[in-house]
Design a protein around this ligand. Structure first.
Ligand code: AMP
Length: 145
């Protein structure tokens, strides 16, 4: 199963902010879009200069205190961003997330952002695939078809 199948269902829209956005603005975007991370883009969402997740903000708040909220996201984000292509497999992308310990992977096609998948998206799609496979095997065993 390929990442493009997940994007076909959820769409190619990516929540992004410019590098000059404040951490407060990032938090507002996370809440409005109901997501756990935003891509930081200096070209209107065409490419990813960085990524900022809830975890970056929480860590910086714990280390530096409330002043964090006024910082530009460029000072809090992770860069470079690890991305995948739409023709990556769901299994490969899950392994990447597990190894690198992050829960978001922007998808890039032809050098441009083409979507983003979260660990929730890849786990759901993998569970569905395995359950379809189990059903096929079960039907085969019980009916011979
Ligand atoms: P997450 O698990 O996605 O909330 O992110 C955990 C940490 O990894 C945070 O510091 C993120 O900025 C960073 N991170 C998340 N996704 C990526 C990615 N695709 N490439 C690089 N760093 C990432």
């Amino acid at each position: 199963l390929l990442i493009e199948r997940i994007l076909a269902r959820k769409g190619s829209d990516v929540a992004w902010v410019p590098p000059t956005a404040s951490v407060t603005e990032v938090l507002a975007t996370l809440r409005e879009r109901n997501v756990g991370a935003v891509v930081v883009s200096d070209d209107e969402g065409q490419t990813a200069a960085g990524i900022c997740s809830e975890r970056d903000v929480v860590r910086r708040l714990a280390a530096d205190g409330a002043g964090t909220l006024e910082l530009p996201v460029a000072e809090v984000m992770t860069s470079p961003v690890v991305t995948c292509e739409p023709n990556a497999t769901v299994e490969q992308t899950m392994a990447l997330m597990t190894e690198r310990r992050f829960r978001h992977v922007p998808v890039v096609h032809g050098g441009r952002l083409a979507g983003i998948v979260s660990i929730g998206d890849v786990v759901l799609s993998r569970v569905q695939e395995l359950s379809d496979e189990a059903k096929t095997l079960h039907d085969y065993i019980t009916t011979g078809r």
